[in-house]
Design a protein around this ligand. Sequence first.
Ligand SMILES: Cc1cc2nc3c(=O)[nH]c(=O)nc-3n(C[C@H](O)[C@H](O)[C@H](O)COP(=O)(O)OP(=O)(O)OC[C@H]3O[C@@H](n4cnc5c(N)ncnc54)[C@H](O)[C@@H]3O)c2cc1C
Length: 434
Amino acid sequence: MTENRCGWIVQAGEAAAYPGLRGVEQADWLIIGGGFTGLSAAHSLARMHPQARIVLVDRQRAAQGASARNSGFAVAHENPVGDELLGRSLNADYRQGSAIGQAANEEVRLRINELGIDCDWRDEGYFFAVHDPDKLEDAELRVQTLRAVGADAQLLQGPALASRLGTDFYQAAIHCRGGNALLQPARYARGLLDTLPGSVTVFEQTGITALARMKGGKIRAVAANGSIEAAQVLVCVGPFMPRLGLQDRAVFPLELSASLTRPLTDAEYRQIGSPEPWGVLSTRPAGATLRLTNDRRLLIRNTVEYRRRDLTASALDVRRQTHVRGLQRRFPWITADHLQFTWTGHLSATRSGEPRFARIEPGIHVVAGCNGSGVARGTLWGRLLAEMASGSQSPLLSSVLRQAQPGWLPPSPFFDIGASLRLRYEACRAQSES
Ligand SMILES: Cc1cc2nc3c(=O)[nH]c(=O)nc-3n(C[C@H](O)[C@H](O)[C@H](O)COP(=O)(O)OP(=O)(O)OC[C@H]3O[C@@H](n4cnc5c(N)ncnc54)[C@H](O)[C@@H]3O)c2cc1C
């Protein structure tokens, strides 16, 4: 049976444990959720309110949820599609999204530099690559669209692409630099956690199950062995708001699985032409994400499912076989024995692809719906949520609030059936790219 073990977390090394909550704590600010969003919010609040008592809680280990388990693409520029292309009806929206994406990536860069986080940050961009050239229609126009928002984009095909990636599986790709970057996600998340200032108290293994309004206006956050009474609460739990008793009709969970190989041997690495590290994103939502890491491992993420329950070990085994097949299509000499780690994680998605970002009642602020771009956007959302909750305003915050129209989800079971069917349809459309 496959053990659900994230290679990035193991590589980041043993993390010091924080205590679980016992009894009643008082706080000026409570942050629920210790991923990129919550950790970034904690740093920003501590800077804005140096005298305040800030508490951050996580129901598991902090910095070990989706934020540690992702593929490590820091997205500034998304792949433009359809009407988002230059000269078409949604190009203005694409430009606005790219401006926010660039600000988000800049935020990551600043955090890493200011806090001195060593997380294999690699500023060389990555590839939007396809096996089936029809999946990169309007390739030249996509390149122009990316260049128009400041990206350094270049179309690559044939031998030039094969030698860059060490496989001739991909027939065409846009190499997109000028913002897009790669990193080791668990080390970035750990870095944010380890550098929190002394005014932030962390409790782990502390799941909040309810938020209740107290007399006088404070909010009581209830956990199994205690509670926290806070003036302001920032909810940064991704798709898990219902666990806090908060009704949400905008955000839903997607479960992704990934595998990481052992480092390639010198002979294997030479066999693929000794390329520089790279990252590949599919142009289809259900297509595969791949990386060749700095330490010469291959990463693959080629499943995405709508699930509300965690995968069992035997179900994870099936996902792992899908990873092996995906790797073998690109590198036929790979065997199941190459895979050292396999794991899953949940990201939060919305119908429109835009986040839920709002004050839902006095003192309670929520953000979710990074839609697969949470490395950069989560980092930025955390800072902006802290600013909004503190009453600050800025053009960037206004721009994010304008875009924060996540769309409405139909009730169960209609949504559950629709989402499952849609993902199966997307998986079929992405078959050549999985
Ligand atoms: C396999 C995979 C690949 C991905 N690849 C990429 C990528 O390449 N690039 C990219 O930008 N994004 C990617 N993503 C998405 C990205 O990981 C997320 O968008 C991002 O981590 C969201 O950060 P967050 O802080 O909002 O949420 P999380 O990291 O999920 O943090 C939320 C935290 O809240 C805690 N929590 C939940 N409920 C409670 C509760 N009741 N009480 C207390 N705490 C609670 C959880 O334990 C968790 O630690 C990927 C995701 C997955 C799963």
